[in-house]
Ligand binder design. Structure first.
Ligand SMILES: Nc1ncnc2c1ncn2[C@@H]1O[C@H](COP(=O)(O)OP(=O)(O)OP(=O)(O)O)[C@@H](O)[C@H]1O
Ligand SMILES: [Mg+2]
Length: 448
């Protein structure tokens, strides 16, 4: 049985919970592609396209899926559409070259491939270059060679996860007062005032697990936590975890934690942690289990001190997180991140309208009519209004301020996206609420 090595089901389940999560859907499709399951990838990409109809990356992925299934003309239609637009990425021309080559238009393929390299030499593809004879007769052949090699190889052992220095702070996050307070108490103040904590004999350590409906600011707040205290930020996403699982990556958890320990203060953030701490039986064996155990021992910090390392994690599906994660010293604090209430929604609007030309916007009525909207929904309202205004302004040839009317019109086009999550969460909260972990959800739903 190889199901314990196949993370696809986990991804599909995560998607059932947040069907609008575009990065997740793209990740699933890319994983499927890597596994040679091109037809399934096609299905996911078509769904992704309904979420982001103009996204060139989605289109190009879909074209690749077609190409791999020998649906050359379908792939061609898409790629021609993408390269016909301004700002087409260099990868579009590489794919175009591949398709032209398949149609035996070698000169056309060479031209497109050269164009791609001119735009961005990092898209070089050794095999395609060789097939097209581009590279050998390239003016600076050696440099080109080097380039090909570097784009092909990820040197083993050269582990260097990026440490971000986020510029956002708590002031950029609307609402979430309680979550901010808990994060401050548990991980910011201990770092800033260790003597105070010692005086009261309060142990420092452990992490916070945030959960809640999609788009309500979990990832955003994690980043702002680092920004708030000028700490580094390492984000470990679902794809990193998947790579660790399938052994495709040299990265391992110990190195990750070590990297954070050498770069304190540092926020180490595990996004979509359910993928790591899966409770499903297929993850309780084999490499899944091993990964969980390693994670737990790193968090316990017995062997190595985690001082100055702030561990945060987020998930939409806390019920899939192994309960062992919640023991003292680990994610002993589990926080519900609810959709923003009306004042918080007004704040989120205000934050995203900052610095944009605007005129007499009355936030309160807008906040009132957006019950159930997530922070991301609120941001989308602003984005929609801006888009419309920009179009108008381009036509008028002058700057026009965003008005209340623009925002109201945008609200009308949107639907709240948090409800679906609650229909699942409600069941877990009612029937699987061990230790009262989901009391906050029950309270939010007024069931307690
Ligand atoms: N409280 C907030 N204040 C300001 N902006 C917000 C807030 N909540 C969400 N947003 C906006 O919505 C975007 C999406 O939020 P974010 O990715 O943090 O949600 P999430 O809870 O991590 O969702 P998911 O569970 O799908 O990962 C943010 O990048 C930010 O622009
Ligand atoms: Mg997130």
């Amino acid at each position: 049985m190889n199901s314990d090595l196949d993370p696809i089901e986990g991804l599909r389940e995560a998607l059932r919970l947040s069907p609008e999560n575009l990065p997740l859907r793209l990740h699933l499709s890319r994983s499927l592609m890597r596994l040679g399951r091109h037809a399934e990838a096609e299905v996911e990409l078509l769904a992704a396209l309904t979420l982001a109809p103009a996204d060139p990356d989605v289109k190009l992925d879909l074209a690749s899926a077609y190409l791999r299934q020998e649906k050359i003309s379908q792939a061609m239609v898409i790629v021609e559409d993408v390269v016909g637009k301004r700002d087409a990425p260099a990868t579009a021309y590489v794919l175009y070259a591949r398709l032209l080559l398949r149609e035996n238009d070698v000169p056309g393929a060479v031209a497109q491939y050269k164009l791609a390299l001119e735009m961005d030499e990092s898209v070089a593809d050794a095999e395609l270059g060789q097939q097209l004879g581009v590279g050998d007769d390239h003016a600076d052949g050696e440099v080109f060679e080097g380039r090909v090699r570097s784009s092909q190889e990820t040197p083993a052992g050269d582990f260097d996860p990026e440490i971000e220095r986020p510029s956002t702070t708590f002031a950029d996050v609307g609402g979430m007062a309680e979550v901010k307070e808990e994060i401050s108490m548990k991980i910011l103040y201990p770092l800033q005032h260790p003597e105070m904590y010692k005086a009261y004999g309060k142990a420092i350590g452990g992490g916070i697990l945030m959960y809640g409906p999609p788009g309500c600011g979990k990832t955003y707040l994690a980043r702002a936590t680092a920004g708030e205290i000028g700490a580094g930020f390492i984000s470990v996403g679902i794809s990193d975890v998947l790579e660790m699982w399938t052994g495709q990556s040299e990265r391992n958890l110990h190195e990750l934690f070590d990297h954070a320990r050498h770069n304190t203060p540092c926020v180490l953030f595990f996004d979509e942690v359910d993928a790591l701490g899966g409770r499903r039986s297929d993850m309780n064996s084999g490499s899944g289990r091993q990964l969980i155990n390693q994670f737990l021992s790193e968090m316990d910090g017995v062997e190595y001190s985690n001082e100055g390392v702030l561990v945060l994690a987020a998930t939409n599906a806390p019920w899939h997180v192994d309960p062992a994660f919640r023991r003292p010293g680990r994610f002993d604090q589990v926080l519900f991140v609810p959709p923003p209430d009306a004042p918080a929604r007004a704040e989120v609007l205000d934050i995203h309208l900052r610095g944009k030309p605007q005129d007499q916007i009355d936030l309160q009525p807008l906040a009132k009519r957006t019950e159930g909207f997530s922070g991301a929904d609120m941001k989308a309202i602003v984005d929609l209004a801006i888009e419309g205004k920009l179009r108008e302004a381009m036509k008028a040839g002058t700057r026009l301020p965003i008005t209340n009317k623009d925002l109201v019109a945008a609200v009308k086009k949107m639907k709240p996206t948090t409800r679906e999550w609650f229909s699942t969460a409600r069941n877990y909260a009612l029937y699987s609420n061990q230790g009262g972990v989901y009391d906050a959800v029950l309270k939010y739903l007024k069931l307690q």
